[in-house]
Design a protein around this ligand. Structure first.
Ligand SMILES: [Zn+2]
Length: 472
């Protein structure tokens, strides 16, 4: 019976965030506990050996020692449980390690060195990964999501495993055509739910019917990583060098051709513009994305900029979810429900983009947990304060705290595009181009190390796709 190891590293590292990702930020899933990510394994005639899958909420660059520890453990587990016929790596693709470029390239090359050349390695990636030549050289095959928001997560993992099984059973040793497309476009503009992202990904799926192609992947990349590999990439895996080269060039050219058409899926403007538009809107509730401080993209989650502007506008009915501030939570918890408090709120982590906001408020609710949440009424605004940054992606996340978002005129969420549950509930959504570590206004970002020229920083650049066929 074929033996397949499963492991991986999954996080997204914003090099503009001052908050390093430490070992305590990772969930280290060892052995059977992460097998539920792959509900399809029983359909394959193989023994799957789950080793280590390390995951962290997107944040700043991973501390070097933390990465080394995770890498060492994964490599040791591979040695301890050897031999393997195949390895499946469940990756994100946008990790950054302090003092190191191309973290996944380093990890995958090290795994290759341990398992040797005969073992086949397959990987799946988030389409927000930045995929280097070194990664593709050390893998045998790979695939990536084709939807954003990601609704083909399990399907993609399944594809990576079934491709691996197919190649192992038939003796196929695939080739990969890889190329970078010099585009840095944020995920909020490249959703596959609207054009031109939708059409770009429909064009990827056309390759599925081409003889000699096993997989075609287009990754829009992760733009808040200032390292040379940050860009879009196209990788086509298959058995026919000519076919995969042709398809990779076709997908890349198709994506490049529509570069100027990418835009936010909802009306976007400055914080003040969004507040004014919301107040003037006939809709009973307007959701505003505080997109520059989105923790699920790597934002620090504590900037009080939008709250400050809501108060300046004298908004009478709003909710802000959320501001991370451990000291403020402790103070409110001690003061208790109903107490009046004075807080120097948020703005402590990302000094480049914000500073603390002095507020007077009343504690409405305290919900103790591993990440205690407080609701504070500040004039017309209910502010959710948490010990550590966390996302609010569901209406139930608010209701749990005794807050009914739809009973307020404005609901501010630290997020990019609205996640499906909020999107369904929101009568109207706006995207605030708020300053922060994950600034959506790419032209405002001070890049130092990405490859130039790149669009849209170098608007007039000329480019032609030239895929490289990589073998081992
Ligand atoms: Zn993603």
């Amino acid at each position: 019976m074929l033996r397949i190891a499963i492991g991986g590293l999954s996080t997204e590292s914003c090099t503009f965030s001052p908050l390093p990702t430490r070992l305590t930020d990772f969930t280290l899933n060892r052995g059977e506990v992460f097998l539920n990510r792959y509900p399809f394994l029983s359909e394959f005639d193989a023994e799957f050996v789950p080793l280590l899958w390390a995951r962290a909420l997107p944040g700043g660059s991973i501390e070097a020692e933390t990465y080394q520890q995770i890498k060492d453990e994964l490599l040791q587990l591979l040695r301890d449980h050897a031999p393997f016929d195949g390895v499946y790596l469940d990756m994100h693709g946008a990790s950054n390690v302090q003092g190191m470029d191309d973290a996944e390239g380093d990890l995958i090359a090290a795994i290759r060195a341990v398992v040797g050349d005969q073992c086949l390695i397959s990987a799946s990636f988030d389409l927000h990964g930045n995929i280097s030549r070194r990664e593709v050289e050390n893998l045998d095959m790979l695939t990536a999501f084709r939807t954003a928001p990601h609704v083909d997560v399990v399907e993609t993992r399944h594809k990576a495993v079934s491709m691996l099984m197919h190649c192992l059973k038939t003796g196929i040793r695939p080739l990969r055509a890889w190329l970078q497309v010099p585009l840095v476009l944020p995920g909020e503009k490249t959703s596959t739910e609207w054009e031109p992202g939708k059409g770009a990904y429909a064009a990827v799926a056309e390759s599925d019917h081409i003889p000699g192609v096993l997989d075609a992947s287009l990754l829009v990349g992760y733009v808040w990583a200032d390292e040379p590999r940050a860009s879009a990439t196209v990788i086509v895996t298959g058995t026919d060098a000519e076919a995969i080269t042709h398809e990779a060039a076709r997908i890349a050219q198709r994506y490049w051709d529509v570069r100027a058409e990418f835009d936010f899926g909802v009306r976007a403007g400055s914080i003040d513009e969004c507040i004014e538009w919301a107040l003037a809107a006939p809709e009973s509730t307007v959701f505003i994305s505080d997109s520059g401080d989105n923790p699920t993209a790597g934002g620090v989650g504590d900037t009080p900029l939008v709250l400050g502007r809501l108060l300046a506008h004298g908004v009478q009915s709003a909710v802000v979810a959320s501001i991370a501030d451990q000291a403020a939570v402790a103070l409110c918890q001690t003061a208790g429900i109903g107490a009046d408090v004075e807080l120097s709120l948020g703005g402590k982590l990302d000094s480049l983009n914000s500073k603390p906001l002095l507020i007077h408020g009343r504690v409405l609710n305290v919900v103790p947990s591993q990440n205690t949440e407080i609701v504070v009424q500040v004039e017309g605004v209910k502010v959710i304060v948490t010990e550590r940054r966390r996302p609010y992606h569901f209406i139930a996340d608010f209701q749990r705290l005794g807050v009914e978002p739809l009973q307020h005129k404005i609901v501010v969420v630290k997020i990019g595009y609205l996640e499906p549950d909020l999107k369904r509930a929101a009568p109207l959504a706006l995207l605030a181009l708020s300053p922060g570590a994950v600034d959506q206004a790419i032209e405002r970002i001070h890049y130092r190390r990405i490859q130039r020229p790149v669009y849209p920083l170098d608007k007039d650049m000329i480019w032609k796709p030239t895929p490289l066929v990589l073998t081992r």
